[in-house]
Write a protein that binds this ligand. Structure first.
Ligand code: SF4
Length: 215
């Protein structure tokens, strides 16, 4: 009998390969990587030294060491966290729309291979949909959900309340840790994105990772 950790890993390995194949049928490029290290190397292999690179606020990209590896490797990274002024930060966010590569994650993905995000400002979902030549999404298998409804539920009841703590918002969930479907001025839940298929084909590259990553 497999122990609990092995059982989770076996399930992730099997489901990850199946869902990556379902994503390819939806015209994403998609891979399953067992470990964060493998995923980081796969992402780097999709980027050239000449590419301009921006990030869509992905904690997963930080956790797997992708951001630091690109910076240390001499890639052309524009990181809004390094902006010294609000104007500079806004400029870097806008640069995403004309960048070669946009690196991000998703709040959830479905068993049939669709991708889901909820965004407050909208810059992340906008850049995923249109602008950058290439989008690379790194996603932990902990974000797998059943169908689209389940995926939006995960995004609004798990990801957004955690994000609200991180960003110190004034939303309802910032106070209680639970979603109350608030309409706070700084609500994290404004733009709801469901990516059913990728067009142009192959633009969005999804790397599923057999570990718990992000939120
Ligand atoms: S309380 Fe508001 S910000 Fe928090 S998850 Fe619900 S709708 Fe989003």
């Amino acid at each position: 009998m497999a122990n609990y950790n092995d059982a989770f890993a076996l399930r992730n390995d099997k489901a990850g390969e199946v869902i990556a194949e379902r994503m390819r049928k939806r015209h994403f490029q998609a891979w399953y990587c067992k470990t964060a290290e493998e995923a980081r190397d796969k992402a780097i292999s999709l980027i050239s030294k000449e590419d301009t690179i921006t990030f869509g606020g992905s904690y997963t990209a930080e956790q797997i060491g992708l951001l630091s590896a690109l910076k240390e490797g001499g890639y052309r990274v524009f990181d809004r966290k390094e902006a010294k002024t609000l104007e500079e930060k806004e400029e870097i966010i806008r640069k995403a729309f004309s960048s070669d590569v946009f690196i991000t994650s998703f709040n959830a993905f479905t068993e049939d291979g669709q991708l889901i995000n909820i965004d407050g400002n909208g810059n992340r979902v906008a850049a995923i949909a249109y602008g950058p030549k290439s989008v690379i999404a790194v996603i932990g298998m902990n974000k797998l959900t059943g169908d689209v409804e389940d995926a939006f539920d995960r995004a609004q009841t798990i990801a957004a309340p955690v994000n609200a703590q991180r960003l110190e918002l004034k939303s309802g969930c910032a106070k209680t840790g639970l979603c109350c479907d608030c309409l706070a001025e700084d609500t994290a839940c404004c733009y709801y994105q469901r990516i059913r298929a990728c067009r142009p084909a192959g633009k969005i590259k999804v790397i599923l990772i057999g570990e718990d990553l992000g939120f």
